[in-house]
Design a protein around this ligand. Structure first.
Ligand code: DGL
Length: 274
């Protein structure tokens, strides 16, 4: 069978581009297609039903383009929609296509990073409320203590390109302090939102030197490479012409103007109507 279809990478907006960047670096020979649902972002404060509905529509759009594999490069969508999509939609439709998230690959190696056994999670309100991180980490590392802090102002600051300004400092410190205030033993903080790597420098400046910050991009890229090696039936359906294309549900002009800071190079996108 000839390989003709790109691997799909999805986020509510720009954040998934931080993951796509790592994936393309790890797997440069594959084709990728990125969709940001910018018209409906942020997802972080929305209900389960809404995030599920929006995510499902985006997954269906990818499937209509022939993508055999969709990566939800959005923790909120992974926390609120992935399970239902995997356990109901994919099974009910009988499709051979697959959908993966970013929480599982992160949680299955969390124990490698901590010496104290106390791990903090910074994420959207939706991801925190879902308890996905504590539940998943307990499955792999029952001895770890997990603390969570929702950071509802961070995605809006980043989406509006205000995160480098001094106005952002107050909210960065506020949530970092609130997390560290839960235990003096936290030595590892997972950035449980794909937007947050853009805050790495400012965030590191608020933390004691003993605390490490872990972003997900490289973790997800490694995990995808391993998945493709294990699942040849999916891998043979993925095209390999080293082509990356970008789509947004909002203005392509706006997307192209902002996306570069997330992806690290210039982007030319197209607008789609779902
Ligand atoms: N980037 C998404 C995540 O990883 C969240 C952004 C949003 O709130 O839409 O959770």
């Amino acid at each position: 069978m000839s390989s003709e279809y790109p691997i799909a990478v999805f986020d509510s907006g720009y954040g998934g581009l931080t993951v796509l960047q790592s994936i393309v670096k790890k797997l440069p020979e594959y084709d990728f297609i990125y969709l940001g649902d910018n018209a409906r972002a942020p997802y972080g404060n929305r209900s389960f039903q809404t995030v599920y509905q929006y995510t499902r529509e985006c997954v269906q759009w990818f499937f209509s383009k022939g993508c055999p594999l969709v990566i939800l490069a959005c923790n909120t969508a992974s926390a609120k929609a992935l399970r239902t999509i995997q356990q109901h939609d994919l099974i009910d439709s009988g499709t051979p296509n697959r959908v993966l998230g970013v929480i599982r690959p992160t949680t299955e190696i969390t124990g490698r990073f901590t010496k104290t056994g106390h791990v903090g999670i910074l994420a959207t309100q939706g991801t925190v409320n879902s308890n996905s991180y504590p539940i998943e980490i307990q499955k792999f590392f029952p001895e770890l203590k997990v603390y969570q802090q929702a950071c509802p102002m961070w995605v809006p600051l980043i989406e509006n390109n205000e995160h480098q300004g001094s106005g952002a400092d107050f909210f960065i410190k506020k949530y970092a302090d609130a997390l560290l205030g839960q235990s003096a033993l936290i030595d590892t903080i997972l950035l449980g939102c794909t937007h947050y790597p853009l805050l790495l420098n400012k965030l590191a400046a608020c933390l004691p030197g003993t605390v490490s910050l872990i972003a997900q991009g490289d973790i997800v890229a490694e995990s995808l490479a391993a998945y493709l090696a294990r699942h040849k039936e999916i891998e043979v359906r993925c095209s390999k012409k080293a082509k990356v294309s970008f789509y947004t549900t909002d203005s392509a002009e706006d997307f192209d103007r902002h996306a570069g800071i997330f992806y690290g190079s210039e982007i030319h996108s197209e607008e789609v109507f779902l």
